[in-house]
Design a protein around this ligand. Structure first.
Ligand code: C2E
Ligand code: MG
Ligand code: MG
Ligand code: MG
Length: 290
């Protein structure tokens, strides 16, 4: 205890908070090395239609730490955002996704799949995002219509006017947009009307307790109806049971993502699964349970 009085600026904290802070600082230093030491991986999760036919894929970042094993993006993305590391990391994600799209062009089973990439607010609002994406599309010569950017409500609502202009510029190239985690942010319907979106992604928290959860069901039904009224595709994420999927189908939802169909997995695994002609897949075992 006595050292707490010794002028160390941080040690008046609760030891638990102090330990957390130290862990964070450590993690941030480790994250700085992650890119150059090739500890980052991009995994891919399938999105399917009402007959479980493959429609697209979402790219999900994984950090394989040499000592700690897989660290979930929920833990390190916020850190990457605060430190600015999200910019080089985000670029790596986009480049890796483009390379994967190029590879998927080679197989008839995978060449029409869209690939959705999560973009953080900071990355989206950076000046060079459009030129970065143009360069990647040119370099890998991929069909821009297959690249979808997932943004959250909070990212889209920051600086509305410039956001819309940037989205329009990217849409002109052929890029599409999905609003991720829909229903958890603050979008007003006015904003929803103005944003040039292609897809709404219903947040998994609303799907979790379907069909039992009456309030959840009402919200989901409303989101689907509103999405369709606005000519948007609607996809449900976090679908884990056939009951959930059946309920969503009865509400006219036509696209699904979740452990029921496939876990996020490395590109080779998903390619093998898809080119083996499997349409109805079972949740596959992967290295990690993220
Ligand atoms: P998100 O974009 O909403 O991704 C969906 C999350 O739900 C993923 O978690 C996915 O693994 C998980 N998930 C998928 N199906 C199911 C299911 O059936 N049940 C349950 N319980 N969960 C399911 P993950 O991979 O841990 O990613 C968490 C978040 O981290 C993502 O949420 C996204 O916001 C962020 N993230 C992931 N990769 C990137 C990236 O490359 N860039 C940025 N900026 N953010 C990323
Ligand atoms: Mg997402
Ligand atoms: Mg989401
Ligand atoms: Mg999320």
């Amino acid at each position: 205890q006595s050292k707490n009085l010794g002028g160390n600026c941080c040690s008046f904290f609760d030891p638990q908070i102090q330990a957390k802070l130290e862990e964070r600082i450590w993690l941030e230093r480790e994250l700085e090395k992650a890119l150059e030491e090739q500890q980052l991986e991009l995994h891919y999760q399938l999105q399917v239609g009402t007959n479980n036919q493959p429609l697209g894929v979402e790219a999900l970042l994984r950090w394989k730490h040499p000592e700690k094993g897989y660290i979930s993006p929920g833990q390190f993305i916020p850190l990457a955002e605060e430190s600015g590391l999200i910019l080089p990391i985000g670029h790596w994600v986009l480049a890796t996704a483009c390379k994967q799209l190029k590879q998927w062009e080679e197989h008839p089973e995978t060449r029409d799949l869209s690939l959705a990439v999560n973009i953080s607010a900071k990355q989206f609002h950076k000046n060079d995002l459009v030129s970065q994406i143009k360069t990647l599309l040119d370099t890998y010569r991929i069909n821009p219509h297959l690249l979808k950017l997932e943004l959250t409500e909070s990212a889209l609502l920051e600086q509305m006017e410039t956001t819309i202009l940037k989205m329009l510029e990217l849409k002109q190239i052929g890029i599409t947009f999905s609003m991720d985690d829909f229903g958890t942010g603050y979008s007003s319907l006015q904003y929803l009307k103005r944003l040039p979106l292609d897809q709404l992604k219903i947040d998994q928290s609303f799907i979790k307790d379907l069909p039992k959860d009456r309030e959840g069901a009402a919200i989901v039904e409303t989101i689907i109806a509103m999405g369709h009224a606005l000519q948007l595709e609607v996809i449900a994420e976090g679908v884990e049971t056939t009951e959930q999927q059946d309920f969503l189908i009865s509400m006219e939802c036509r696209a699904f993502q979740g452990f029921l169909f496939s876990r996020p997995q490395p590109g080779e695994g998903l390619t093998a699964q898809l080119t083996a002609g499997v349409t109805k897949t079972h949740p596959s075992k992967t290295l990690n349970n993220l």
